[in-house]
Design a protein around this ligand. Sequence first.
Ligand code: 13P
Length: 254
Amino acid sequence: MRKKLVAGNWKSNGLLADARSLAQALADGSWSQAVDVAVFPPYVHLAATQAILESSPVILGAQDISPFWVGAFTGEINGAMLADLGCHYVLVGHSERRSLCGDDDDALSRKIERTLSSGLAPILCVGETLEEREGGRARDVVLGQLDSVWKRMDHAAGPQLTIAYEPVWAIGTGHSASPGEAEEVHRWIRTWLVGQMAAAGEATRILYGGSVNGGNAAELFRCQNIDGALVGGASLKIEDFLEIYRHAANSRNK
Ligand code: 13P
């Protein structure tokens, strides 16, 4: 059985006071044992967020990780620092980092490796652009992104992966994939995971991300292979985020 995960990616939003008030609202929230909850604040707000969430069930994650280790790498935030701050998850391969920050296959596999060797759990983000979807290439693109990381990583660490399917055309557009569109891709990913890892592939969580909100979450969570959500915009408004979480808590784990 896969326990659902509802994760909020705050991206590059908010000042320290905003992070603190969001964290306080999360700390005051009521959380079910049956569904995990996580947040990904900007690096500079990790420590303040962690201090507020310390004794709550809300799990902390980082939006990125350095592909380098400790040392003379100006501006980089390495895995040891993230682990020390109390992070559990790291987002790797978010489409914004792929398209805007030059995270290519090589950088992503180094980030996966750094995440794992720091004792952290990677959430690997994959997803096709609208052009790729309209060209009938969504399956090849998504499975290609998985393959390219898989062939460079230690397969023994495979069970520590979480996958987030985030179609680029659905991110921040208000136009979510329909449950049918999302579930189709999640099934491709599930088949791929089972092909690589057998039973562990069945147990791997596959999150959906892209314009998830209180209005569409329930239907998405009913799908067999949608094991939670990676939420952007709606995670910045506590009521919206809590509503998404409630839908996850009311849906059956599969
Ligand atoms: P939105 O929920 O704002 O579409 O963002 C999704 C996302 O990119 C989460 O990582």
